[in-house]
Ligand binder design. Structure first.
Ligand code: FDA
Length: 305
């Protein structure tokens, strides 16, 4: 119930104004968001890659409803990738892109064109793009765009959300040679008709999907902080005789940082998803919805800790 309420609030203008102007919000947001500018993003990326971690940078700002804004968001990614390449970070840092930030909600062709520009810039910088997955109604069109992009840019990453009933089927379709696939639980509100709503069911689906991806020929990117699922992933890598460089773990910036470093120290590839930018509200609310402890941390900060 609380999760649903927070996810609804993530789309509400009124709730947004309350949260954005609350005292101490900034401190809490900084735990999950690297900063507001490309300089902030590069500084954090340099620090993480210096510690042996990989990075995926996400420019915050989704649900764009006008063409100018969509173009500006794509241009920002192009600039970021230029700076990333110039700083020599392209080999260890990629970008994550939401199609809703570059026009998907009002013009799918525009979103595809903008995504192509971002992919071209990523290639010049020596890196890759992963297309984030958003609400369940956008899954088919997003996978369609990924499929189109992969004609010219085969290394474009896809995302599967384990909470969707069709997740295992999508994993089977995507587990082919060279196919980079991020598997996450899923962070958006979705009805029972299309998604598992019970936590245990979602976890079981995640395991089934992981089995398909780890046994397949693609490159699995296992995005979770869940200790039990991380343990299963390790067992599946042994079972499928996968070398450390044939798959990676992914976690969010600010969540279980010690675990990120522990896995990397054991030789695993670990990528940290690093969001930055001014439009942090929706991303932040999804993080609160995921975990009561995140919400408690936020509430404590509001009353001055
Ligand atoms: P869950 O939230 O169920 O937590 C499971 C366990 O993990 C907890 O019981 C606890 O042990 C541990 N844990 C979790 N948070 C913790 C914390 N703050 N501190 C300590 N322990 C903690 N979603 C989406 O819909 N589309 C997308 O494209 C993406 N992309 C994406 C990329 C990356 C790199 C990640 C890590 C996640 C996403 N997500 C996403 C978000 C994802 O769908 C999901 O909402 C979150 O990862 C939370 O799910 P967990 O798998 O961590 O499990």
């Amino acid at each position: 119930m609380l999760r649903q309420a927070l996810l609804v609030a993530s789309r509400s203008g009124g709730a947004r104004r309350v949260v954005e102007t609350a005292p101490f919000t900034g401190d809490v947001v900084r735990r999950f968001v690297a900063g507001e500018t490309i300089d902030d993003a590069l500084r954090v990326t340099g620090g993480l890659t210096g510690e042996g971690l990989l990075v995926s940078l996400d420019v915050l700002g989704e649900d764009t409803h006008d063409e100018g804004r969509a173009e500006a968001n794509a241009a920002h990614y192009v600039e970021l990738l230029g700076r990333l390449g110039a700083a020599g970070l392209g080999r260890r840092a990629e970008v994550s892109l939401k199609l809703s930030a570059i026009g998907r909600t009002f013009d799918e062709d525009l979103a595809l064109e903008n995504a192509r520009r971002v992919c071209a810039a990523a290639r010049s910088a020596g890196t890759t793009v992963t297309i984030d997955m958003e609400e369940h109604t956008a899954v088919d069109s997003t996978l369609g765009v990924v499929h189109e992009l992969r004609r010219d840019y085969p290394d474009v990453g896809a995302v599967v959300q384990a909470y969707l009933r069709r997740a295992e089927e999508h994993c089977a379709e995507l587990a082919y040679e060279g196919s980079r696939v991020r598997l996450c639980k899923g962070a958006y509100a979705a009805p029972a008709a299309v998604a598992f709503t019970d936590k245990e069911e979602v976890d079981r689906s995640y395991v089934r999907c992981m089995k398909v991806l780890m046994a397949g020929k693609g490159y699995p990117m296992l995005a979770t902080h869940d200790p039990r699922l991380i343990e299963v992933a390790g067992a599946l890598s042994v079972l499928n005789e996968r070398d450390d460089d044939t798959f990676e773990y992914q976690m969010l910036y600010g969540i279980r940082p010690q675990e990120q470093r522990r896995l990397a120290a054991e030789g695993a590839q670990v990528r940290v998803y690093v969001p930055y930018g001014r439009e942090w509200y929706q991303y932040f609310m999804r993080r609160l919805a995921e975990r009561p402890a995140n919400l408690r941390f936020f509430m404590r900060s509001l009353v001055g800790r």
